[in-house]
Design a protein around this ligand. Structure first.
Ligand code: PMP
Length: 460
């Protein structure tokens, strides 16, 4: 038995994988990844793949950045662990907070709280906002507004904000007061004859009606990803974000931008809120903050929230929230070096420069059969496959074609994510013009082969 065979057997025998059909996995076993090099990863048989999802939308600097290795090693040698509870601190945490506030470049975002993940960052904002409203003597102001198809993580709180049936059904969620509004995806949820501007207007009216019906005094915050990624790379319609911001200001509702994917350059701007022209009160980040070399999440917020929390915790003794790994010194040291690389190599500028080539070339795939919509912004894009292009009718068994395409992708050396029958691409920010051409060429091959399979198998 080869090493990878015996590892595969052990894996099937001992693990439960996230987001995996366990019974199917028992039959197929894992695709074991072995090493990385730039935008490429290699499996245990030595086969090369373009990692066109940057891992999980996160490996900005690619899979072999030695500077992050050095940063981690140096910090491991000096102080491998310390916490920042009870008045302690350490240099990488302090410097990273300063850097994040500098990058955020918005007077509303002057404070940082650390977590280990994006889910924990979104859990933290629920608690932060609740704590603040209790402190301000308005304990009824606790409900969150989120959107259908949102992805904010999977912990009990963040999972409640997420708006995907798989994350709720059978987990008994939502477990916090949350209202999920219509998903702002014009292609799928715009109604016949409705213009994009009318769609935006309808969503804003729905949001305002919801606020008024529940009572503004009960609505604490609105949370949204500037571009909804895991829900299928769904772009907001024109004017959506400024409209939502205006409603939040009108009814004293905190506006939270979940920038776990869009933060640090994905859209060709440092943050998604800059791309779409709004100014959030709270921002959550993770993933690209360390290029996922180390687990780290953070919440950015401002003095209004800080002061309410600080005054109240002064009265009661402590702000009872934080993780053993909050501001982990190795993770924060790696984040600092990662953000330095993004800055020095102008990877945000690279995304801005290459976005037209990336989007224009991929949008040509819309000419292929079964391709309903190709949509994207910056260096994130999705191809939605449908049974009937004219009526936009989805396939009768959602996900079957997406899974098929993903398998064909593996054969063709291209890794992307299938979300139902939507195929998402989100390459590392270090990607070059030539590599984009290669990604598009492989994607074209994958789709051509998928189309042939759809026809051969008579999938409808
Ligand atoms: N928010 C968004 C927008 C995400 O895409 C994700 C993860 N894909 C999360 C939160 C949760 O992050 P994590 O998986 O690190 O908990």
């Amino acid at each position: 038995m080869t090493l990878s065979n015996s590892l595969a057997t052990m894996d099937v025998a001992t693990s439960l994988h996230p987001y995996t059909d366990a019974r199917a996995f028992e039959a197929t076993g894992p695709l074991i990844m072995d090493r990385g090099d730039g935008i490429y990863v290699y499996d245990s048989s030595g086969k090369q793949y373009i990692e066109a999802l940057a891992g999980l939308w996160s490996v900005a600097v690619g899979f072999s950045e030695k500077r992050l290795l050095s940063a981690a090693m140096q910090q491991m040698e000096k102080l491998p662990y310390y916490h920042i509870f009870a008045g302690k601190s350490h240099e990488p945490s302090i410097r990273l907070s300063d850097k994040l506030v500098e990058i955020a470049d918005d007077q509303r975002l002057s404070r940082v709280f650390y977590t280990n993940s994006g889910s924990e960052a979104n859990d933290t904002i629920i608690k932060l906002v609740w704590f603040m409203n209790n402190a301000l003597g308005r304990p009824q102001k606790k409900t969150f507004l989120a959107r259908n198809k949102a992805y904010h993580g999977i912990t009990i709180g963040a999972g409640s904000l997420t708006g995907l049936p798989n994350n709720h059904r059978d987990f008994d969620l939502p477990a916090i007061p949350v209202v999920h509004l219509t998903c702002p995806h014009y292609y799928r949820f715009g109604i016949d004859g409705e213009s994009e501007a009318e769609f935006t207007q309808r969503l804003l009216v729905e949001a305002e009606h919801t606020i008024l019906q529940k009572g503004p005094e009960t609505i604490a915050a609105f949370i949204g990803e500037p571009v909804m990624a895991a829900g299928g790379v769904l772009l907001p319609p024109e004017g959506y974000w400024p409209g939502i911001e205006a409603l939040c200001r009108k009814y004293d509702i905190l506006l939270v931008a979940d920038e776990v994917i869009t933060g640090f350059g994905r859209l060709g701007t440092s943050f998604g809120y800059k791309k779409f022209g709004f100014s959030p009160d709270i921002v959550t980040v993770s993933k690209q903050i360390t290029s996922s070399y180390m687990p780290l999440g953070a919440v950015l917020f401002g003095e209004r929230i800080y002061n309410a929390v600080a005054d109240n915790s002064h009265k009661i003794g402590t702000f009872g929230h934080g993780y053993t790994g909050s501001a982990h010194p190795v993770a924060t040291a790696v984040a600092l070096e990662n953000l330095k690389i993004i800055e020095e190599r102008d990877l945000i500028g690279n995304a801005a420069k290459l976005q037209d080539q990336f989007q224009d070339r991929l949008s040509q795939l819309a000419e292929l059969p079964f391709v309903g919509e190709v949509r994207g912004v910056g260096l994130i894009c999705a191809v939605e496959l449908v049974a009937d292009k004219a009526s936009k009718r989805p396939f009768s068994k959602p996900g079957r074609v997406g899974t098929l395409a993903m398998q064909i992708g593996h054969e063709q050396g291209l890794i992307f994510r299938s979300i139902g029958d939507t195929l998402a691409l989100c390459p590392p920010l270090i990607v070059t013009e030539d590599q984009i051409s290669e990604i598009v060429a492989r994607m074209h091959r994958v789709l051509t082969l998928t189309v042939a399979q759809i026809k051969a198998l008579g999938i409808d």
